[in-house]
Design a protein. Structure first.
Ligand SMILES: [Mg+2]
Length: 231
C-alpha cells in the first residue's frame, strides 16, 4: 500500500535552479551597471560574493533574525563592503533590477520536470518555500511548473519560516492531511529536513553536492530521478 499521499517540495535549489538563474541575471547586471568600473573584478567573482553574502542573510532570515526587507536592503551593500567599495556606490536600482530579472529565469534542476511528470498521477504535489510571495509565484510560472502543484505555501503567506514546525502545521491544515501522509523533499538539511522532523513528517534530503549533516533524514538522494526508488 502506498505510504504517502502528499509530497511537499521545496522550490529554490530543489526544483528551481537558483544558482544558475541568479548567475545569469547577476552577469547581465554586472555588465549593465558596469560594476567592473566600481571595482568588482568579474561577473564570476560577483556571483561568488553574492552567494556568500546572500546566503548569510538567508541564514539569518531562516531563524527570524532578519525579514524580507532586511535581506533586500542589505545584500548588495554587503557585497560592496566585502570588496571594500563605498556602499554609497551601490546603484540605487540594482536590487530592484535583480528582483525583476531573476525570478523570471526558467532553469530547473536536472530531471525536475521528468520527476514531476512521474509523480503527478500518484501523489498530490505541493510547495513549501521560505521564499517570498512575489518572487516564488513568478519562478513557478516562468519555469512552467506551476500547474503541477495544488497548494503553494510561502513563509510570507504562512507567517512562519522553515524549520519552524508551524509552517508545516499551516500546510497540513490546508491539505486536511496527517503528518504520516506527507513527505517533505528539499535540499536544506537545516530548514527542510529539520523542519519536517519537527512536524513529524518524513523527509527526503536532496543532496546533489554530497554535503554532510548531523540531521538524520528518512531518505537521502543525490539526483531527483532517485525519487523513483522511494516513490
Ligand atoms: Mg532550497
Amino acid at each position: 500500500m502506498k505510504k504517502y499521499k502528499h509530497l511537499l517540495f521545496d522550490l529554490d535549489h530543489t526544483l528551481w535552479d537558483y544558482d544558475r538563474n541568479a548567475f545569469e541575471s547577476l552577469s547581465d547586471l554586472y555588465h549593465q551597471f558596469d560594476l567592473k568600473s566600481l571595482g568588482i573584478p568579474s561577473a564570476d567573482d560577483f556571483f561568488s560574493t553574492f552567494k556568500r553574502e546572500n546566503g548569510a542573510l538567508w541564514k539569518l532570515h531562516n531563524v527570524n533574525l532578519i525579514d524580507k526587507a532586511g535581506i533586500r536592503a542589505n545584500r548588495f551593500p554587503n557585497i560592496f563592503k566585502a570588496y571594500e567599495i563605498d556602499v554609497r556606490a551601490v546603484p540605487c536600482d540594482l536590487e530592484q533590477a535583480f528582483n525583476q530579472l531573476t525570478p523570471a529565469k526558467q532553469h530547473l534542476l536536472p530531471g525536475a520536470v521528468e520527476i514531476l511528470d512521474y509523480l503527478k498521477s500518484s501523489y498530490a504535489l505541493h510547495i513549501i518555500t521560505n521564499g517570498f510571495e512575489d518572487t516564488q509565484y513568478t519562478k513557478l510560472t516562468a519555469s512552467g511548473i506551476s500547474n503541477y502543484f495544488d497548494v503553494v505555501v510561502t513563509s510570507e503567506s504562512s507567517g512562519f519560516t522553515k524549520p519552524d514546525r508551524r509552517i508545516f502545521d499551516f500546510t497540513l491544515k490546508q491539505l486536511k492531511a496527517k503528518p504520516t501522509e506527507c513527505l517533505m523533499i528539499g535540499d536544506n538539511a537545516d530548514t527542510d529536513i529539520l523542519g519536517a522532523i519537527n512536524a513529524a513528517i518524513d523527509q527526503v534530503w536532496f543532496n546533489p553536492h554530497h554535503g554532510v549533516t548531523q540531521t538524520k533524514p528518512t531518505y537521502m538522494i543525490n539526483m531527483l530521478k532517485d525519487l523513483k526508488d522511494i516513490l
